[in-house]
Each structure stands twice: as C-alpha cells, then as structure tokens.
Design a protein around this ligand. Structure first.
Ligand SMILES: O=C(O)CCC(=O)C(=O)O
Length: 321
C-alpha cells in the first residue's frame, strides 16, 4: 500500500523513485485491447483508401506496429499519429488512471486530494520512428509559469520491460529543487528541449519491468532515446496533483477568455482535469469512462490559447532542426 518511508525520502532527495509491480499483467489488458481496437480502425481506413495492403493483426501487441512500420512507414506513421500522445482516450485509460495501487502511492506523495490531468500520454516507441525519441526536458517546461513551483507528479509506466536497448527513460537526479531550466522550441521531432550546454550532469538510465512505475517531479529532467530492438517500447505517462495546484475542475472552456489573468488559469489551460479522489466530496470523483472521454474531447476541441506557456522566452535555438 503506497510508498514506503524510504521510497518517499528517495523521491524527495533524487526527484524520482521506482516501485515495481504496481500494474499486474491483467491490469492493463483493457487499455491494450482499446489500443488494438484503435489501431485496427485506422488500418481498416488506410486499407480502404488503398494506402495499406495488410494490417498485421496476427502480430502481438508488442510487435504489430514494428512490423507495420517496417512494411509501410507512411501508413504506420498515420496509425501512430492517430493514437499519439493524448489522442487516445478510449477504453482502459480511466481505469489505468484510477488504478488503486497507483493512487495509494500518489496519496503518499501529495495527500488524499487527487486530481489527474488530461496530459496523459500513450507512447509507442517503434523502432525507426523518430517521434518516439523525446529530448531532455522537465515536464514543468510545458506548464504555465505560475505553476513551476507546484508539485505535479509524473508516473511513467512501461507496458513492456523498459531496457537500455529499447529506449528506457533517462533521468537527471538531485536537480529538481534548482528551478526551471530554459526550454527551447524546435527540438527533436518538434518537442521542447533543454540545450546540451544547459543540461546538468549525472543522467542515469531507468531500466524497469512492465507494470513498474517511475515517479518523477515536474522539475526532474528526463529524456528517452532510440529503440534499437525489434519490438515496440509501449509506455504511458500519467500526471497527478493535489487540489491546491491550479486546474480547470468545475470550469468550462468558455471560462477561458483572452482577458483572463494568467495566474488564475490551470497549469495546462487547454487540457481537462479530473478529480480522482475526494474523500470529503466523493460525488466529484470521475468514474464514468464515457463522461471522462466527453470532457476530455470538449477541452481538446476548445483549443484554448494559453498565452504564457512555459517555454519563456519563446525562441528557437539557432541550428536546431
Ligand atoms: O516515454 C518517453 O519516451 C518519454 C516520456 C516523457 O517525456 C514524459 O513522460 O514526460
């Protein structure tokens, strides 16, 4: 139940900690089935349009997109983009977000009042797919500046064993209390990126088995590199905060007008937030997957402009591709 005192101390000291066995092999099946369904829908569409001649449905969850990518990189990219990032909010994601053994650990870190954000990402790091490599950044670099000091916990969960070879996450320990590092636009594959000269020393790889969770602060620099294997390094990352951290729970997208003071906005104004646990008002908790998907879509569609997003000043590094 939850994190031990020793693990909590490690989180405070290093800015990250790992706990194994949080998700068992059955716990993520609904999510994997949902992803398989979404992949099939996109493959069917591509086949109908004559852009793909086979769907590799006979392959396993771990190998299907790798084989598809080898066979037809353009079609595989279209499939990947259809589920990329937070675009997948189908079956299984709310269950994964509410998974009690994970929530117990989050409670150890931030207390019993728990909000999750729509900034969950499902990542299929397919061998040879460049967007699968994520350059060095702090998650806080993506949030509004007034939230830099707030604790948002990122939970990185590999759905297959994460190894050096298939592109496990790397983290830089013990710098999480030193503040935000300059992030630049135009980094690898369009991500925000910390310049090499600004990167603190001491990066360590975090090789962990499927179903383990790597907990990080929003200020913990992390990155992941090439997948040199034949299988897909599937992972998901989920994010949690307590009630004191700005969110849009209880608001509607229309509340976000251009005149609104930035400091009153959610840390990520254009993503929906959900109450996961509220002991005093359990009726506020999100349990319905359909309502979850609807709310998620509503905020996604609204495309709220967040004027002061974290990478101030907004500038591209000379020479970045
Ligand atoms: O999964 C990866 O490779 C990168 C994950 C990441 O950057 C994140 O969770 O913020």
């Amino acid at each position: 139940m939850g994190l031990t005192e020793q693990k909590l101390q490690q989180f405070g000291k290093l800015g990250y900690v790992v706990k194994e066995g949080i998700y068992g092999s059955d716990d993520l099946q609904l999510l994997k089935d949902g992803l398989t369904g979404a992949i099939q829908v996109k493959c069917d569409q591509l086949i109908e349009r004559g852009e793909l001649d086979r769907d590799f449905a006979e392959e396993s969850f771990e190998t299907r997109l790798a084989e598809l990518h080898r066979h037809n990189p353009e079609a595989a990219t279209a499939v990947l983009m259809s589920i990329w990032s937070g675009r997948f909010h189908g079956p299984g994601i709310l269950k994964a977000l509410r998974h009690q053994p994970l929530i117990d650990c989050i409670e150890t870190i931030i207390g019993p009042d728990i909000v999750a954000t729509s900034i969950y990402r499902i990542r299929a790091k397919v061998p040879g797919f460049l967007r699968g490599e994520v350059p060095w950044h702090q998650d806080a670099g993506y949030s509004m500046p007034h939230c830099y000091r707030d604790l948002m916990v990122t939970c990185w969960v590999p759905l297959v064993d994460a190894t050096l070879d298939n592109g496990c996450l790397w983290v830089i320990p013990k710098v999480q209390d030193e503040g935000i590092i300059q992030h630049y636009t135009g980094g690898h594959a369009g991500f925000l990126e910390i310049a090499p000269e600004d990167l603190p020393d001491g990066a360590v790889p975090v090789e962990i088995p499927a179903g383990a969770v790597l907990f990080m602060t929003g200020m913990t620099p992390h990155a992941s590199f090439e997948n040199k294997t034949d299988i897909v390094r599937w992972s998901m990352d989920l994010r949690y905060q307590d009630f004191s951290v700005p969110s849009n729970v209880g608001e509607i997208p229309e509340d976000y007008t251009p005149e609104r003071e930035e400091v009153t906005m959610a840390c990520h104004p254009n993503e929906a937030y959900f109450v996961i646990q509220d002991r005093n008002n359990p009726e506020r908790e999100m349990h319905d997957p359909d309502e979850f998907a609807r709310l998620r879509q509503e905020w996604d569609d609204a495309r709220i402009k967040s004027p002061g997003r974290g990478w101030t000043p907004l500038e591209e590094r000379a020479g970045q591709g």
